[in-house]
Design a protein around this ligand. Sequence first.
Ligand SMILES: Cc1cc2nc3c(=O)[nH]c(=O)nc-3n(C[C@H](O)[C@H](O)[C@H](O)COP(=O)(O)OP(=O)(O)OC[C@H]3O[C@@H](n4cnc5c(N)ncnc54)[C@H](O)[C@@H]3O)c2cc1C
Length: 259
Amino acid sequence: MLKEIGCLLDDNYMPTLADLGYNKEDIESISTVDPRSAMPEGYRGGETFALSRVKEYTWGSDLIQTYFDTRNNMIGPNYSTKFAPWLACGCLSPRYIARECSRYEELRVKSKSTYWVVFELLVRDYFRLFAMKHGDAIFYPSGTVKQKKEWDSNPIHFQAWRDGMTGYPLIDANMRELQATGFMSNRGRQNVCSFLAIELGLDWRLGAEYFEEVLLDYDASSNWLNWQNGAGVSLCTGGRLNRFNIVKQSKTYDKVVST
Ligand SMILES: Cc1cc2nc3c(=O)[nH]c(=O)nc-3n(C[C@H](O)[C@H](O)[C@H](O)COP(=O)(O)OP(=O)(O)OC[C@H]3O[C@@H](n4cnc5c(N)ncnc54)[C@H](O)[C@@H]3O)c2cc1C
């Protein structure tokens, strides 16, 4: 007990996972990264790793030059920036990224891709402002559009979706990736969201709540408002329903599996 109090009083003391109550088995399982993960070397927390990813994505590898063409892909570390978990935890500033993009445009090349990274950060800002304006309506079943709709809550359907057991390879692979790694591509998120809310007709909040539990980059505004968009209950899109045709999406974005 005295040791614990001493640790808390020491400014430089960083508790270990064991201090936080995790057992050996838990620690081993979360310290092992699946090599198929979107970040095969693992997401390392903190500003130092966040800044090194920004540096590598821009100046180091020039991946920023191809962002516009690759951003809808689903496999590997390089199709998108992977900045989201650091942004969500406050390890990385969106203004810093935007400044680095401008510097890159000045010193190397300006393109649709450099523009689009900043555009996505603006989408993130927009969702924050939208959430501030609409308050707790971002959590209503009828969404910010306040459109009454009967949602199903079949627990077997929800469990099949959550565990990646629907029988649709595109949905199942994405859900299993999320469960194993805490990350899923944006294209994957759009598909699994549409599948839950539109194909299964389940209450979209079940999906949003599950994402809240497992996403490394969970952010209240981005998560709940993207879910509202997918479920067709968001004022952002005027309540428009944008159904994702899962078979067509598989053929376009997951060619290896669907051919
Ligand atoms: C159903 C659903 C739930 C989502 N939940 C979250 C969430 O909880 N937290 C979160 O940060 N993003 C969320 N997103 C948005 C998006 O999927 C992730 O930001 C993106 O996949 C993270 O990967 P990245 O950093 O490589 O993104 P990139 O494609 O490299 O984009 C760069 C940055 O722009 C921002 N951004 C990009 N797309 C969006 C978007 N649609 N909405 C808001 N910001 C965006 C993010 O901060 C991202 O890091 C969700 C999308 C959907 C469809």
